[in-house]
Design a binder for this molecule. Structure first.
Ligand code: THU
Length: 130
C-alpha cells in the first residue's frame, strides 16, 4: 500500500478519537506486513494522565488481534505541523512493532516519513534485560 493511502486512513481515524479535554484529535493507521490496516484514535479520561495516544490504541488493538509483523504507522492531527509520536509511543512501537516507518501527516495532507530508529536512537530494549 502506498503511504499516501495509509495517510488518508490516519486522517479518517481521527473520527475514532475521544479527546474531550484537550480537543486535540489524533488518528493512527498501522500497516501490517500482509497489508492489513488497524486504526486507532486517542482516548482521554478525566484523570488526564491515563490518556492513551492514537498510536498505542492501534498497536495494542493489532497485537491483541494476533498481528505480529508491521511495516509502517501513519499519524494525523488537525495541527498545521506534523504530529510526531510521543516518547512513550516510540518505546512501545519499537518493542512491539520493530523498526517501522513513521508516516506523519499534517492538515494539508502533506507527508513526512522517518524510520522509528531515527526518532528513538540508543533505545532500551530486550538486550538490556538479559
Ligand atoms: N496524542 C496522540 O494521540 N498522539 C501523539 O502522537 C501525540 C499526542 C494525544 C494525547 C492526548 O490525547 C492529546 O494528543 C494531547 O496531548
Amino acid at each position: 500500500m502506498e503511504y499516501k493511502k495509509l495517510a488518508e486512513m490516519a486522517v479518517e481515524a481521527k473520527s475514532s478519537s475521544h479527546p474531550p479535554y484537550s480537543n486535540f484529535h489524533v488518528g493512527a493507521a498501522l500497516l501490517t506486513d500482509e497489508e492489513k490496516v488497524i486504526i486507532g484514535g486517542n482516548i482521554e479520561t478525566s484523570s488526564y494522565s491515563l490518556t492513551i495516544c492514537a498510536e498505542r490504541v492501534a498497536v495494542f488493538k493489532a497485537f491483541s488481534e494476533g498481528e505480529r509483523k508491521f511495516k509502517a504507522i501513519a499519524i494525523a492531527s488537525d495541527a498545521p505541523g506534523f504530529c510526531p509520536p510521543c516518547g512513550a509511543c516510540r518505546q512501545v512501537m519499537l518493542d512491539l512493532c520493530g523498526d517501522i516507518d513513521i508516516v506523519m501527516v499534517n492538515n494539508k495532507n502533506e507527508i513526512k516519513a522517518l524510520r522509528l530508529s531515527q526518532m528513538l536512537p540508543y533505545p532500551f530494549g530486550d538486550n538490556e534485560l538479559q
